[in-house]
Write a protein that binds this ligand. Structure first.
Ligand code: SF4
Ligand code: SF4
Length: 286
């Protein structure tokens, strides 16, 4: 079996284990459906371009690898970024579709316990590679991962799972800033950088917003009306308004209603829209 097939299998098997992939007690059900995996080459010029698009603080695969393994001799071309999409389950999407102000409990749990699943998957992929003698790091779990105030993006980080997934051929950006993937944009992303040679996944798009009907056909915009606080418009995503809804409104609601306050999300613009679970069809934009 080739390394890419083996890694896809490692990720798929982990996600099929109910002990690992669940929404936490008492919701003994999967947090996510079957994953989609893509690969990016460490020397892909787009990683360097992210310093302009996201900010100079965004690490290239070579930078995060060298920080993590300072004694290892390595070139960017010897690295691969393994990126994955974890789609929200039908039950979670169905619940959130019916919401018009607050997120559903399943959505909040998928943000809280689902991200723990994602972190365990990141650690599992690193560990499995290292058992084969392949050095690897999950940037988001490393001490070099930081959230950063950004003039352009308001909030950013030293490693953007969405931008990395874009390079790995997994999707393009939507009006609401989410990544639209073949499994839709109601999902979570994760990645690992490894010193391993894997052919890059094809990028079946030419433009970074190609899958969004608003940018490709001048239609849709259906995520705009899903936002309960006017954080979306034809100008895009107002992160400050979105953040103000998350904290304190949703944080207080999730704490009071579900007893969860460490992580929470809204996701109304990710559900009940044509790009929720797939690349939207042109006729769905009307
Ligand atoms: S709902 Fe429509 S406009 Fe909004 S991101 Fe999806 S495709 Fe683009
Ligand atoms: S996540 Fe933000 S932008 Fe999307 S619907 Fe909620 S408040 Fe609006």
């Amino acid at each position: 079996m080739s390394v890419d097939q083996w890694l896809k299998q490692v990720i798929r098997e982990f996600m099929r284990d109910p002990k690992e992939n669940n929404l936490g007690d008492p919701f003994r059900e999967p947090a996510f459906g079957d994953p989609l995996v893509g690969f990016g080459k460490g020397d892909d010029p787009l990683f360097q371009e992210m310093k302009e698009h996201v900010g100079p603080f965004h690490m290239t695969p070579l930078e995060i690898f060298q920080k993590s393994f300072p004694d290892e001799k390595v070139t960017a071309a010897e690295l691969t970024v393994i990126s994955w999409v974890l789609p929200q389950t039908e039950a979670t999407k169905k619940d959130n579709r019916t919401q018009d102000f607050y997120p559903s409990e399943r959505w909040v749990r998928a943000r809280m316990f689902g991200e723990k699943v994602n972190d365990r998957l990141r650690a599992h992929v690193v560990e499995t590679l290292q058992q084969r003698g392949i050095k690897a790091v999950a940037p988001v779990l490393s001490p070099f991962f930081k959230r950063v105030d950004s003039e352009k993006f308001v909030f950013a980080s030293t490693w953007s799972e969405r931008h990395v997934a874009f390079v790995a051929g997994l999707g393009t950006f939507g009006l609401c800033d989410g990544l639209i993937t073949p499994l839709g944009k109601a999902m979570r992303l994760g990645s690992v950088v490894a010193k391993v040679d894997i052919p890059p996944s094809p990028r079946p798009y030419k433009d970074y917003r190609e899958y969004c009907l608003f940018f490709s056909h001048g239609t849709c915009g259906k995520c705009i009306s899903r936002c309960p606080v006017g954080a979306l418009s034809e100008k895009g995503h107002d992160k400050r308004k979105c953040e103000a809804h998350l904290r304190p409104t949703i944080r207080d609601y999730a704490r009071e209603k579900f007893g969860i306050d460490q992580a929470y999300g809204c996701g109304l613009c990710q559900t009940g829209v044509p790009c929720e679970s797939k690349i939207p069809l042109v006729e769905e934009g009307k």
